[in-house]
Design a protein around this ligand. Sequence first.
Ligand code: ZN
Length: 318
Amino acid sequence: MPNLPSAGGDRFVLVTEVGTRDGFQSEKEFIPTEVKAELINALIDAGVSSFEATSFVSPRAVPQLADASQVMDLIRRRPGVRLTALVPNARGAERAAAARVDMMASFISASETHCQANLNKSIDAAIADFNEFAPIAHKYGIALRGAVATAFGCPFEGEVSIDNVLKIIGAYMEKGARHISLGDTTGMATPPVVTRTVEAIRARFPEAIIALHFHNTRGIGLANVMNGLALGVREYESSFGGLGGCPFAPGATGNICTEDLVYLLHECGYETGIDLDKLAAVARRVQEVMGRDLPGQYMRSGPRLKLTSIDSVRRAVG
Ligand code: ZN
């Protein structure tokens, strides 16, 4: 088994960077393979220890991530750094294993309509695909992660059934995937929805290790994190600069921003092992690569005690 980071003390929060998968996936213009690897390597240097690095879906379905194997090759491995990749089926699992991923993530929507729209299959068919590739992960000694998309609401169906969420997690746990990630795919989570969902999962599956994946679509992504922390959740997924969402859909917003999240965690006394200055520098580099401003705010403002000289302000006004 690879050396996986685990939530050590109660003050340690594991931050999983999903920018190169969730963030880049919706970008139309191809981002060079070397740049993707460069960004991940820079984040490893900044102390980030968990990544959803890429996806082994069909290269035709997501051309942006067709270079998954090459990206994995260019990443400078370090003990304690977990490289996860999305895997849709047995074929993807074989490719992911050959690329030496540390963890394979399955992805199933709790909403039947979203599952059809996104994966082009039913929830049951997606579970069947997972059941087929899980033994491949076991064969290679690779850990499994089960992601539930639209876990807090579906843009087509509204509230999702908690029974669907529990059914999918049950299927994951049955095949040895204890790491469960709850995706707020279109930013419909609110603190009460998160509380009731996490509590229902814990009641049924107390051994599940829950991670929360929020999008900032309605501006309360970090409020949901605060609520998750109060619930004892110690793993969050976020994207550098807050990248994500379709750049061509007006008002669409991305994942919660990694630097803003880490800033909040450190200010609240949590440990992440991440150097915030280096992290912010990577986010500015991502802006440069994308050629546009990203929603992340810490990279612009800096630490709260970065003081401004009063003289410089007077001069600016005068
Ligand atoms: Zn997402």
